[in-house]
Ligand binder design. Structure first.
Ligand code: SAH
Length: 339
C-alpha cells in the first residue's frame, strides 16, 4: 500500500532522508511546513532546495488525502468536504463556523460496522479503518480551507471512533501536541463500545467524551442500535459512572430524537431516571431525515420532549443541525457510489 509522508514514523522519515543524502534537520523543516503552515504540496516548502523538493515530489505524496469536492450550504457557515484516500476510498468531513467557534467534524473510518438503524453511514457497511495520518490530515486540510482558526475537533463524522481506538487516540495526541488543540477542544463520540470507554478512563485521557444514547431502555435502544445486545444499556451507564469517577469530566449524552420512537414525555422521564446520579449533559438532536423509515418529530413534539426534561438535574442543549441542505447534518454522511 502506498504511504504518504504524513503517515511515516520517525524511523521511516530518517531512512527516507538518508536515502536522499539529506541530514535529519530537514525532518523538522518539513514538519513545520505541514503542521504550522499547512502546506499542501512539496513545491511550497521554500526553505528546501528545489532539487530536494523535486525528488520528494517524485518519490512520495505529502498528504494521504486529497480534496475532491466541496459542498457549501446556503448559509455558507457549513461546508462539507469529500476527500479521496491514496487507496481510492472516499470520506467526508464538515467545517462549521459560528460567531464563537470553528468546529471540524471528522471521520475515523470509511463506512461503519455498528449498524445504527437511523444513520446514513451505516448503509455503506464497514470498509476500512482510517490511518492516523488520514485522520489528522482532515484537520490540516480544513485549516487551510477555513478563514478562521479551527477551535474544536469532533470525532462525529463517519465511523465508530472506538472501533479504531488506537489510531483515533494517536491522532488526538497529534492534534493536541503538534497542532495545539487542548484536550478539551477534542470530542470523541461513541455509539457505546463499553470496554473502550473504560480503557479511555484507565489511560487517563482528557479528551471530551460523548456517548450516543438515543434510547432509554434495553429493548427500544436495541431496535435502533443493535450493538445494545453486546453492550447493554446497563453496562454502558456503568462504564459512564466508571469514567466520571476516574476522570471527573462531564460526559455529553447525545439523544437523537426520532418521531414515535423515543420522543415521548415518558422517554424524557426515563432519561432523567437513567442519568439522575451521573454528572453529565444531554444534547438532544432532532433527527435529520435521510429518506429512510425514520422521521423527525414535529416542532411541537420536540418542544414537549424538551419540556419533559425541564426538571432534569443535568443541562440539556439542543443541536439544531446546520448544513442539512447539503446532507452535512449529524448522521447524514455517506459517500454514495461515485462512479
Ligand atoms: N459512531 C459515533 C460517531 C458518529 S457521531 C457515534 O455513534 O457516536 C454521529 C452522531 O449523530 C451520533 O450521536 C448519532 O447518534 C447521530 N446521528 C446519526 N444519524 C443521525 C441523523 N440522521 N440525524 C441526527 N443525528 C444522527
Amino acid at each position: 500500500m502506498k504511504k504518504s509522508y504524513l503517515e511515516l514514523n520517525t524511523n521511516e522519515i530518517d531512512s527516507l532522508l538518508t536515502v536522499l543524502g539529506e541530514s535529519s534537520f530537514r525532518a523538522e523543516q518539513i514538519h513545520n511546513w505541514i503542521y504550522d503552515h499547512g502546506v499542501v504540496s512539496w513545491g511550497e516548502m521554500e526553505n528546501l532546495p528545489q532539487s530536494l523538493r523535486d525528488k520528494l515530489e517524485n518519490m512520495i505524496p505529502l498528504h494521504p488525502l486529497r480534496i475532491t469536492k466541496i459542498s457549501g450550504s446556503d448559509s455558507k457557515s457549513t461546508r462539507k468536504y469529500l476527500f479521496e484516500t491514496l487507496d481510492g476510498q472516499n470520506i467526508e468531513s464538515v467545517l462549521m463556523n459560528d460567531r464563537k467557534r470553528t468546529t471540524v467534524c471528522i471521520s475515523s473510518q470509511v463506512g461503519c460496522a455498528v449498524d445504527c438503524k437511523f444513520c446514513a453511514t451505516a448503509s455503506m457497511g464497514f470498509i476500512k479503518n482510517l490511518s492516523v495520518g488520514e485522520i489528522v490530515d482532515q484537520v490540516i486540510h480544513l485549516q487551510t480551507q477555513s478563514k478562521s482558526r479551527i477551535t474544536n475537533v469532533v470525532f462525529m463524522g463517519m465511523g465508530e471512533p472506538f472501533l479504531n481506538y488506537k489510531s483515533v487516540i494517536e491522532a488526538a495526541k497529534i492534534l493536541s501536541q503538534e497542532m495545539g488543540f487542548g484536550a478539551r477542544r477534542i470530542t470523541i463520540s461513541t455509539a457505546g463500545i463499553v470496554p473502550k470507554i473504560r480503557q479511555l478512563a484507565d489511560e487517563d485521557h482528557k479528551y471530551k467524551l460523548a456517548i450516543s444514547l438515543n434510547g432509554t431502555d434495553e429493548k427500544s435502544r436495541n431496535t435502533i442500535m443493535p450493538l445494545t445486545k453486546t453492550h447493554s444499556l446497563k453496562s454502558l451507564i456503568e462504564s459512564a459512572h466508571y469514567y466520571y469517577k476516574k476522570i471527573r469530566r462531564f460526559i455529553t449524552f447525545e439523544y437523537v430524537l426520532l418521531k414515535d420512537v423515543n420522543d415521548s414525555p415518558e422517554d424524557g422521564e426515563r432519561l432523567i431516571d437513567l442519568l439522575r446520579s451521573l454528572p453529565c449533559k444531554v444534547n438532544v438532536i432532532p433527527y435529520n431525515e435521510i429518506g429512510g423509515k425514520y422521521n423527525r418529530p414535529k416542532e411541537d413534539k420536540i418542544h414537549a420532549f424538551l419540556h419533559s426534561l425541564k426538571h432534569a438535574p443535568f443541562t440539556v442543549t439542543v443541536r439544531w443541525s446546520k448544513g442539512t441542505d447539503i446532507d452535512a447534518g449529524c448522521g447524514q454522511l455517506a459517500v454514495k457510489d461515485l462512479a
